[in-house]
Unconditional design. Sequence first.
Lengths: 115, 113
Amino acid sequence: GAGVSQSPSNKVTEKGKDVELRCDPISGHTALYWYRQSLGQGLEFLIYFQGNSAPDKSGLPSDRFSAERTGGSVSTLTIQRTQQEDSAVYLCASSLWTSKGNEQFFGPGTRLTVL
Amino acid sequence: AQSVTQLGSHVSVSEGALVLLRCNYSSSVPPYLFWYVQYPNQGLQLLLKYTSAATLVKGINGFEAEFKKSETSFHLTKPSAHMSDAAEYFCAVSDGSGYALNFGKGTSLLVTP
C-alpha cells in the first residue's frame, strides 16, 4: 500500500517568506507527527496529532511555526517569516494508535532551504 | 523524560565483519525502544523495536538488538556487514503512550570492501 507522502520534496525560499509543507499519512492512521532533522540538532519532535484530540505543540520552536490536520488526514506545516536557521529536512510520520509502542512510518521528507 | 545516547557518531567496519552500534537509554518508566535506518535522501525505516516482550529482538536485514535493563542498553548488531548496510542509524525511545519518539544523534555506518 501507499506510504506516507510529503510535498514538495525540495523547497527553496527567501528569508522572510512563508512556506507550507504538506503530509499525506497512511490511510487509517490516526496519529501524525512532524519532526525536523538538521545538522547539529539531529531529529527533533515538532508537533503531534492524535485523532480529534488537541495537538501537542510542545516541540514547536517558535510561534512562527504552526500546523493543522484537516479531516483527520492531511496535515500542513506552516512556517511564517522564514529564517535561515529554519533550513532543515522536515519529516512527517504516521502511526496506528496502539498501546504496545507505536511504529511510526516516515515519509521521505521535505528539504527546506532558506536563502 | 526519556532519552537515548548513541555512542560513536561514525562507525567503520569491513564487509563481512560484525556490526555493533551502541545505544543507552534513560527512562523513568519501562521504555519502548526502536532502531531506525535512514539511507541517503530517504525517510526513516524501522529496523526493529522492543516493547517489553522478548529481550532479544530480531529485525529486518539480519539485524537484531538485545534489551539489557541492568545496563540500560539496546545495542544493535549484525553478524556480517554488507555494503548495502551503509547508512545512518538512529536509536529512539518512547514511553509507549503513542507519543513522540526521542531520537539519539545517530550513528553513520561505513562499510569498506
